[in-house]
Write a protein that binds this ligand. Structure first.
Ligand SMILES: CC(C)(COP(=O)(O)OP(=O)(O)OC[C@H]1O[C@@H](n2cnc3c(N)ncnc32)[C@H](O)[C@@H]1OP(=O)(O)O)[C@@H](O)C(=O)NCCC(=O)NCCS
Length: 166
């Protein structure tokens, strides 16, 4: 899964490319520079082909900037980034990881995230830029307790196949 790609902390030099990927995917890039301590780049053959990060709203985080370059999609890199960032959260002692999404609600559910009402989000999270406007208001909110870990992708895939057959 993920081929030769590796994930490392994003550098100043990576930012323009990450912002380009986010713009092309219609994801918000506001506040990215400030959050750089928690922004990671997926690099293949010395080129940035993806990113993921989180904003701290202690004791929780909001996952953001999950993107894989169109030409690099469908090879497990999205899952590689999601499991990487959750492991980072675990190492950083984070309690819950939240994500706002319009594009991958089914994928997050399959991986073990639970949908929660936006109004039930912790106050610190609700005051974030993403909640306040940079993410569309139709974006759905998901949460996973960091220590719970992801549903293994293979099991998630099997359960989706069952859904499709049903
Ligand atoms: C979402 C994204 C990061 C996935 O990257 P990827 O490298 O293609 O993901 P993977 O190859 O690891 O695929 C993982 C699973 O997600 C599914 N998936 C990927 N993109 C999906 C989408 N947009 N909607 C639903 N499912 C999706 C794949 O089918 C795959 O399922 P499978 O394992 O059962 O085959 C990529 O499509 C992307 O950058 N999209 C645009 C930005 C975006 O929407 N980001 C999410 C913001 S919350």
């Amino acid at each position: 899964m993920g081929g030769d790609a590796m994930i490392r902390r994003a550098t100043d030099a990576d930012l323009p490319l990450v912002i380009k990927l986010l713009n092309e995917a219609s994801l918000p890039a506001a506040g990215l520079a400030e959050q750089r301590g928690h922004l990671y780049a997926l690099v293949s053959r010395e080129t940035v082909v993806g990113a993921v990060g989180y904003e701290v709203h202690s004791p929780d985080v909001l996952l953001r900037s999950l993107v894989v370059a169109p030409a690099a999609r469908g090879q497990g890199r999205g899952l590689q980034l999601i499991s990487f960032i959750l492991e980072q959260c675990r190492l950083d002692g984070i309690r819950n990881a939240y994500a706002l999404t319009t594009t991958i609600p089914h994928l997050l559910s399959r991986l073990g995230f639970e949908e929660v009402k936006r109004s039930a989000a912790p106050a610190a999270l609700r005051s974030s830029d993403e909640f306040q406007g940079s993410c569309p208001s139709r974006a759905r909110l998901f949460r996973i307790p960091v220590t719970a870990g992801l549903t293994p992708p293979k099991a998630a895939r099997k359960s989706r196949k069952k859904e499709v057959r049903a």
